[in-house]
Design a binder for this molecule. Structure first.
Ligand SMILES: [Zn+2]
Length: 170
């Protein structure tokens, strides 16, 4: 097990190895741009396997907490990120283009001997964000007192997750 942010996915799959680490939000500008701040990190683990169709594949697990901006009041909303997704790897762009759309819920990725794990983590975290983050009990525009004491538990992330799963199953 290594903590490299770049890995050889063919080797990872063959050895059924894993890479894990933490992606600081400060190092994820595309993600941080959609958040209230860039404080914190996401823990990730990419575990290699050979899937049921014999393809080199991997499971990405992603966990952490981020703060997005509430669509109604503009205040920070804490969102738990807890994602798990399986991918399989193809060797070139051409193979990627030839795949039938929606053949399976698992997404194809262009594999590499120097695959950018950190970029995949960032992409998945962005997909996991709700389209319109809101406080569950948002009082609407304007300053509110409740923000500080909020424990950040909202139902929105789970709705987003459900929507994502539905999309993946389509
Ligand atoms: Zn709000």
């Amino acid at each position: 097990m290594t903590t490299d942010r770049v890995c050889d996915v063919w080797e990872l799959s063959r050895r059924q190895g894993s890479v894990e680490g933490a992606l600081a939000l400060g190092d994820a500008p595309r993600l941080a741009g959609q958040l209230a701040d860039a404080v914190g990190a996401l823990r990730y683990r990419l575990s290699g396997l050979v899937d049921e169709l014999g393809r080199p594949a991997a499971v990405l697990e992603l966990q952490g907490r981020v703060r997005a901006r509430c669509d109604r009041c503009g205040g920070p909303v804490e969102l738990p990120i807890d994602e798990r997704a399986q991918f399989f790897f193809v060797t070139d762009e051409q193979a990627l283009g030839k795949l039938p759309i929606d053949e399976s819920p698992q997404e194809p990725l262009l594999g590499s001997r120097r695959f950018d794990v950190a970029a995949l983590v960032e992409d998945q975290a962005i997909l996991a964000l709700p389209i319109s983050p809101r406080h569950d009990d948002c009082a609407g525009p304007g300053p509110r007192d409740g923000d500080r004491g909020s424990d950040g538990e909202t139902h929105r992330p789970f709705e987003a997750l459900a929507a994502l799963k539905k999309k993946a199953r389509r």
